[in-house]
Ligand binder design. Sequence first.
Ligand SMILES: O=P(O)(O)OC[C@H]1O[C@H](OP(=O)(O)OP(=O)(O)O)[C@H](O)[C@@H]1O
Ligand code: HPA
Length: 190
Amino acid sequence: MINSMPKTDIEHIKKIYSEADTLFNEAEVEAAIKNMAVAITATLAELNPVVFTVMNGGIVIGGKLLTQLNFPLEASYMHATRYRNGTSGHDLEWKVAPMIDFDGRPVLVVDDILDEGHTLAEIIDYCHKNGATQVYSAVLVNKLHERKAREDLKADFVGLEVEDRYIFGYGMDYHGYWRNAPGIFAVKGM
Ligand SMILES: O=P(O)(O)OC[C@H]1O[C@H](OP(=O)(O)OP(=O)(O)O)[C@H](O)[C@@H]1O
Ligand code: HPA
């Protein structure tokens, strides 16, 4: 089975959404994405970058950002997972490596969340090793805590900062669900 949550638990999934705390509503998230797009444009507009969205979580922020980046770029994706639809992280598993050759070009990596940062750190290393001239990162959300994989690990472009709770919405999942939730929500008690 691909998903870790059996279909019979759909009532639990509904309950998670109905009981969650709203950290940022849709208008607040959209405003944050607009600010990210302005900052990314100011830095990358003349650099002919390759923009990689990290699947699955980057699916919403990647799409929403791309149409606001009004300059020449190539857009693609990579797929790596550390949580595998669960709520705690493991080793990074590559499912699809980048398919556009970015040797000698700047890269922008777009993801939904920088939590402990193991995912972003490995992807940044991978891009450097494979010839990127510069590696920029953009995350919709940075989670505030002291458990970052590397002390100096920060994304270049951050939409919103969130408290240290398990969150979902705008691409982020709870057991594979609610990536489609129109806001950023924290699971009750987590
Ligand atoms: O900063 P970290 O602690 O490494 O966590 C962040 C990563 O975790 C999530 O992906 P996940 O592994 O859940 O796969 P998904 O994109 O399919 O949800 C998220 O999309 C980030 O890529
Ligand atoms: O809080 C989170 N929510 C969803 N996905 C995640 N991946 C890392 N942290 C999180």
